[in-house]
Each structure stands twice: as structure tokens, then as C-alpha cells.
Design a binder for this molecule. Structure first.
Ligand code: SF4
Length: 79
């Protein structure tokens, strides 16, 4: 992971740059939310991203996913 994409939290932990800002926007996210977006480091994305809403790709959301979608005026995922 390039240092330019992260913000150090502790000696062994870091956070994706932009995720601590308001409104949060990960620096690795490319595109327009609600239209077309992609993670530019998807194959190397950090573990919290791998664990988050694991079934979203199948149209099955979870509370955190639904809250994030609502912040952008998007409907809940169904499934
Ligand atoms: S999946 Fe990619 S774009 Fe989304 S928060 Fe993780 S690193 Fe950023």
C-alpha cells in the first residue's frame, strides 16, 4: 500500500486517507457515487474493506452498508 494513500494511526495501524474526513471519501475511490464508482486498489484493499458488507455484490446489504448508501441518497440493498 503506498504511503500516499494512508494516514498512520499507530506504529502498526493506518487508515485509508480521506476516510476520517467529513464527508468521508476514501482516496482510492474513483468515480461518482450513485452513478459509477470503483476501488482503484481493489485487489489490495485493506482487511476492513474485505470484511465490510461481504454480500453487497449479490445485492444483499447490511446496516452499515445501508447507512452509507443513505448518506448519498441511495436506497437500501434488497436481497
Ligand atoms: S474498498 Fe477501496 S475505495 Fe472502498 S474504502 Fe476500501 S480501499 Fe477505499
Amino acid at each position: 500500500m503506498p504511503d500516499s494513500l494512508t494516514v498512520p494511526l499507530t506504529a502498526s495501524l493506518c487508515r485509508m486517507r480521506g476516510t476520517d474526513e467529513g464527508p468521508p471519501r476514501c482516496v482510492a475511490l474513483e468515480g461518482e457515487i450513485g452513478r459509477s464508482v470503483r476501488c482503484t486498489i481493489y485487489a489490495d484493499r485493506p482487511s476492513p474493506c474485505r470484511d465490510f458488507a461481504p454480500y453487497a455484490g449479490l445485492g444483499i446489504g447490511e446496516d452499515g452498508c445501508d447507512r452509507a448508501r443513505a448518506r448519498h441518497g441511495l436506497p437500501r440493498l434488497t436481497g
